[in-house]
Design a binder for this molecule. Sequence first.
Ligand code: TXA
Ligand code: MG
Length: 330
Amino acid sequence: MISAVPITQMLDQIFQAATVLKQGGLVAFPTETVYGLGADASNPSAVAKIFAAKGRPADHPLIVHLVDKAQLTQWAQDISPLAQHLAAQFWPGPLTLILKKAPQVSDSVTGGQDTIGLRVPGHPIAQALLQAFGGGIAAPSANRFGHVSPTQAEHVRAELKGAVDFVLDGGACPVGIESTIVDVSGEKPRILRPGTITASQISEVVGYPIEIIASSVLANAPRVSGMLESHYAPTTPLKIMTLENLLATIQTKLADQKNIAVLARTELPIKNNYIIYFKMPMSAENYAQQLYATMREADAKHCDVILVEALPEQEAWIAIRDRLQKAAAK
Ligand code: TXA
Ligand code: MG
C-alpha cells in the first residue's frame, strides 16, 4: 500500500526528481496524506510555477515540507515549547504547524503572511526526496485549485499533465486526506483543518482542550484555502444524507431514469442499472484512505448526482465529514 515499487528501486528516480527541484522545476511526490506538487521553497520563481500549475490565487500560502524537526529554525522563529512538543510527538506524520516565519522566508511561499506552514512527512519516498534535495520543499496538494486532492500518481497525471516536470509514483497514499493543521503562532493553539490526528490527540499533548475553528469563522480571516466552503469538490453535485433519505432519493431518481452514484457503508438493498454503487469501508481509517479516489471514480461516471450516506458522529470521522461537507457545498 505504501509504495508500488520498493524504495531501493526508486533511488534513481528520487535523485532525478531532486535534480529537477534544484533546477527550479516541479515534482509531484507521494506523502502519507495526499500527493504534493513540490518546488524548491527558497526559489520564488520555482514556487510561482506551483501557483500557475494549480490555478491557485497567489495569496494562498503553501506548506513547506522538511526532512526533520531540526530544520524548523531555518523557516520559523519564536517557536514555543508547545510547538516543539507537538513536532516531537507527531513528526514525521500528518501534522502541519503554523508558526511565525523566519525573516529570510520568501513571501511567495507564505502568500505575504507573517506565518508559515511546516510539515515533516513520514512517507518513505517524501523522506528520501527531502534527503536527496537537502532543502525545504513547498508543496500544496497536486490538484487544480478547488478540486479533489490526488491520492494516486495517475490522479496527478490526469489533472496536471504538462505542468509537472516529474511525477514520483509511490502508489496509493496510506492516509488519504490532508494533514491536520494546528496554528501555534499565537497565544493559544487552534486547529485550522481537522485531519486524522484528532483534536483529542492534540489536546492530550497540549494539556487542555483544543477546538477546531469552524470554517465559517475563518472564511475571510487567514487565507486557508482548505477552509473555503467549496473546496475538495467533484464536478458532479454531491449530497450527503441519512440512509433513509438516501433510499427515498434513489427511488425518485430512478423514477426519473437518472443515473446516480452512491457511496455508502451500508450494503444497499436496491440493485439497478441506473445505480453505480461504491461500497465504502466501515472503519474511518479505510474510509479516509479511499475517499478521494472513490470521489474521482464516481465523478468520472458523469451521473446526475453523487449520494453519500451520512457518517457517524464520533471523533474519528470528523475530518472525513469535513471534506465531504466541503465537497457537498459546491
Ligand atoms: O497533507 C497535506 O497537508 C498536503 C501534503 C501535500 O502535505 N498538503 C496540502 O497543501 O494539503 P494545501 O496547500 O493543499 O493545503 C494547505 C493548507 C491551505 O489551506 C493553506 O491555506 C494552509 O494550509 N496554510 C498554509 N500556510 C498557512 C499559513 N501560514 N497560515 C494559515 N494557513 C496556511
Ligand atoms: Mg489542497
